[in-house]
Design a protein around this ligand. Structure first.
Ligand code: PLP
Length: 480
């Protein structure tokens, strides 16, 4: 048994290391598409089982060519982090130990580690130390948890218990959200019964920041419970709402303030960037991810709520068979929607130990410097237009001149060329009516050399597009 287990897990190690080693070379997109993989893997449910080692070998072999190099050094699609080796190793132990960290007394080590990780996160993010943190799957679910806590508090204050009595017949809750909020916030609103359409959209500026004057106007004349949703790190531009002003306005109106900081909240951990988040500590709930900038493997998101009582009230479940709890006990499941759960605090603990305060700051600052470097390299080439102020790790560019449709065609062609080239990965997004290439730098493995190599690949793809489309070429369009 012991030998079999060792052999099995050791083979998993071999496969993992071989894969990771291949990424310096193969940092572009997977060789095979989803459709090809689906065909290749399709088969009827096996009637008979197989040896674990055989299954593992087959799993590794048959996945080959269908893995996106998200953990590689030149993956710039979306903001995805890169599953740091220390987090992967810790996560393997989480699975091997098989602790069901829903309750603290049956899983002492896992629960204590999560509690320590909670304290460390509040420290490094410099948020109110009395806050509680639910360790969930990601920022989308964390958003739903934070907003559920908000729902509990604002409705209790209005004399209604939403946890016991639901929302039918409850006083209406006004939800105000910036025009450029992330799609996940609408998903969270849908999930907790507020509806994604039943919101008041607040105007933003050119970078996607909520405008304080627009918030003042939107709040005017509203009565009853109110929730304002602000943002730290717009998904395209990386921009931060002006928190000091927004929170003052929201608080004067008696609103709960929730902040989506899925990646952007980590600027708080970096001395040179913390000013971007000034005033954010005045909010009531915050969301960030472990699996983005902190490099924890998926799934790792944090729902941070100042009002610990509302947080627990919105999430807690009770049953006679669950252990009783002491005065100062922290029950991990009391802050999240689920009961049975993996020990999510463990890889977070491991990553914070691995980086330390200084290491997190250095990584965040490094990525922001790399984004500036990429922007400088790209904008030195005629016809590449930078479309945002590069303040953190995000940049968006489009290609060529002329109307939006022309630039979209060119930008799509460059993106396709970059993806086909296999040097790096970048995707597209819509921004202010234009199609742009979005570059998010969030992998711990990325170096300056990776940025230079990738910038060269993007510029080469752009030159190729111009050569293939002389009618749309920058020089011609530029002169016309
Ligand atoms: C990624 C992201 C989310 C959603 O986070 P998940 O962990 O994918 O659920 C929410 N908001 C912003 C700004 C993001 O970048």
């Amino acid at each position: 048994m012991t030998d079999d287990l060792r052999r099995l897990l050791t083979r998993a190690v071999d496969h993992a290391v071989d894969y990771r080693d291949s990424l310096a070379e193969h940092a572009g997109r997977p060789a095979r598409t989803y459709y090809e993989m689906r065909d290749a893997l399709s088969e009827p449910l096996p009637e008979r089982g197989a040896a674990p080692l055989t299954v593992l070998e087959e799993l590794a072999e048959r996945s080959a060519g269908g893995l996106m190099p998200i953990t590689g050094p030149r993956f710039f699609g979306w903001v995805m982090g890169a599953s740091h080796p220390a987090g992967v190793a810790a996560d393997w132990l989480v699975s091997a130990w098989g602790q069901n960290a829903g309750y603290h007394t049956p899983t002492p080590a896992a629960s204590a580690m999560e509690e320590i990780a909670e304290r460390w996160l509040l420290d490094i993010l410099d948020l109110p130390r009395e806050s509680s943190i639910g360790f969930v799957t990601g920022a989308t679910v964390a958003g739903a948890v934070g907003l559920a806590a908000a729902r509990t508090r604002v409705l209790l204050d209005a004399g209604w218990d939403p946890d016991a009595d639901g929302l039918f017949g409850a006083p209406p809750v006004h939800v105000l959200i910036g025009e450029d909020a992330h799609s996940s916030m609408f998903s969270a609103l849908q999930l907790i019964g507020f509806g994604y359409r039943r919101v008041i959209r607040v105007g933003t500026d050119g970078e996607g920041r909520m405008r304080p004057d627009a918030l003042t106007t939107a709040l005017r004349g509203l009565t009853g419970p109110r929730i304002v949703i602000a943002q730290a790190g717009q998904i395209n531009t990386g921009a931060y709402d002006p928190f000091t002003e927004i929170i003052a306005i929201a608080k004067a109106a008696g609103a709960w303030v929730h902040v989506d900081g899925a990646f952007g909240l980590w600027a708080r951990a970096a001395p040179s960037l913390k000013h971007l988040t000034a005033g954010i500590e005045g909010a009531d709930s915050w969301v960030t991810d472990g699996h983005k900038w902190l490099q924890v493997p998926y799934d790792s998101g944090f729902a941070i709520v100042r009002d610990r009582e509302a947080h627990q009230r919105a999430m807690t479940q009770w049953a006679s068979y669950l252990p009783s709890i002491g005065e100062t006990d922290r029950v991990p499941s009391a802050f999240v929607p689920e009961l049975s759960r993996r020990a999510r605090g463990t890889p977070v603990w491991a990553m914070l130990k691995t980086f330390g305060r200084e290491g997190v700051a250095a990584l965040v600052e490094h990525h922001c410097a790399l984004a500036k470097r990429m922007a400088a390299r790209l904008t030195a080439e005629p016809g590449i237009n930078l479309r945002n102020e590069v303040t953190i790790n995000q940049l968006i560019v489009d290609f060529g001149k002329g109307d939006a449709a022309t630039r979209k065609t060119l930008t799509e062609a460059v993106i396709a060329g970059v993806q086909a080239g296999g040097i790096c990965f970048a995707g597209g997004a819509s921004w202010r009516g234009d199609w742009v290439m979005r570059l998010s730098i969030s992998s711990g493995a990325t170096t300056e050399a990776d940025i230079d190599m990738s910038a060269d690949a993007i510029i080469a793809a752009w030159r190729e597009v111009q050569a293939q489309r002389p009618a749309d070429a920058y020089s011609r369009a530029g002169s016309g």
